[in-house]
Design a protein around this ligand. Structure first.
Ligand code: SAM
Length: 373
């Protein structure tokens, strides 16, 4: 399935520099019940949260104009303009003014038009670019099912310093900021950093540093929590780093570099949670790749493999997607802990990819202590 394409210069969000107003805005969203559970009640859980397949996936949902959650979904996910007066009544005049001033909505001819998307996730609100593919800007990825999956699987134990690579909207960095002393969030896209900083301010998170960096190149130091969802699609039309999806010709350009950095950058006891497509050649496994890329091999690391087979993977974004044999492809999160004593394991945890409850939450956490053999 291909996404609709638009070509429009869209400005990023405008931070207000006024925490009281931004806080009042998110409090209104919270008080009206704009949360994952209420969205899942209306839309179903994953894969309906995979907004890349949005048009096919919510046929049952008929928005009720009197219902604030429906109105917020219509505006912020479904991208439907709404008349301003009823929305002022459902929310408040200051809510509407703040949304317009932040550049999330635009008032035109008595209607509010969505300029950006806004998703609820685990008590935070995340602004992203909209879900049509926009060829005029280097888009900041909306929250897909994979963003919710990675967010759910990350072990939320207290940590010293998280690094989030390919931060995009900043979603994983901001979630990490609640259980880590500090967080460094990196991206090669200045637009992504603009969104990340905005979302930090929107959610009142102050312990995240956003950095322009090609993976770890401009992020010095080590980490005890590395989170990544860097681009992974095999793509012969765009180089890795040009957008939020291309992982280069064979798809591995970025994942390979992250895994190869583990011996230098991941502390003893530290964990990497990596969401990715793993476009294995026929007859090969993810483990074969990790073994080759890590100096000394993957055998000294403890690995929980929450991936599932995806031989019919369809690329919704590339101009020239890979069309060859996908029989060994997998998708999901691989969680790697650096074991102090150097004796590791590789455990496949769930081969079907059924991780979501009916309320949209994730039923599994990648916890090496609980799941160790
Ligand atoms: C698939 S999106 C992930 C967004 C977000 N982390 C999430 O999970 O919802 C990948 C992000 O990686 C960024 N990226 C691409 N190449 C990169 C590189 N070489 N170093 C750092 N970030 C990169 C893209 O700009 C994009 O924001």
């Amino acid at each position: 399935m291909k996404l609709p394409i638009v070509c429009e210069q869209i400005e990023g969000p405008h931070p207000l520099g006024d925490s009281d107003r931004m806080n009042a805005f998110t409090s209104t969203l919270r008080n009206l019940g704009y949360n994952l559970e209420n969205c899942a009640t209306r839309l179903g859980s994953f894969p309906r949260l995979g907004v890349n397949f949005w048009d096919e996936m919510h046929p049952q949902w008929v928005p009720n104009p009197q219902d604030p959650v429906d109105a917020l979904i219509a505006l912020f996910i479904d991208e439907k303009p709404l008349p301003v007066d009823p929305l002022r009544t459902l929310t408040s005049t200051s809510f509407v003014d703040t949304a317009c001033e932040m550049g999330v909505l635009q008032l035109q001819d008595g209607a509010l038009h969505p300029k950006l998307s806004l998703f609820p996730i685990a008590g935070l609100y995340i602004v992203t670019d909209r879900k049509a593919r926009n060829t005029a800007v280097n888009q900041v990825m909306w929250l897909w099912g994979e963003s919710y999956l990675l967010a759910g699987l990350v072990n939320r134990a207290p940590r010293r310093r998280a690094i989030d690579l390919g931060t995009g909207s900043g979603v994983h960095a901001l979630l990490a900021s609640r259980h880590c002393q500090t967080v460094t969030a990196g991206d090669v896209s200045p637009r992504a950093l603009e969104f990340g900083r905005f979302n930090a301010e929107l959610n009142g998170r102050t312990n995240v540093e956003f950095r322009l960096s090609d993976l770890l190149n401009d992020i010095p130091g080590t980490t005890d929590l590395l989170i990544t969802n860097v681009p992974y699609a095999p793509d012969s039309a765009a180089k890795a780093g040009d957008n939020f999806w291309s992982g280069g010709l064979d798809g591995w350009d970025l994942t390979k570099r992250v895994v190869a950095a583990l011996p230098q950058r991941l502390e003893d006891g530290g964990v990497l949670h990596m969401n990715s497509l793993y476009p294995n050649d026929p007859g090969t496994t993810i483990r074969d790749h990790f073994d080759r890329w890590i100096d000394g091999g993957i055998g000294r690391y403890e690995v929980l493999d929450h991936t599932w087979a995806i031989p019919t993977y369809e690329d919704a974004l590339s101009e020239r997607p890979y069309e060859g044999d996908k029989s060994a492809w997998r998708f999901g999160v691989v969680s790697v802990r650096r074991a102090a004593l150097g004796r590791g394991y590789w455990r496949e945890q769930n081969k079907r990819g059924a991780f979501f409850r009916a309320d949209g939450s994730c039923s599994v956490v990648a916890d090496h202590d609980l799941l160790a053999p």
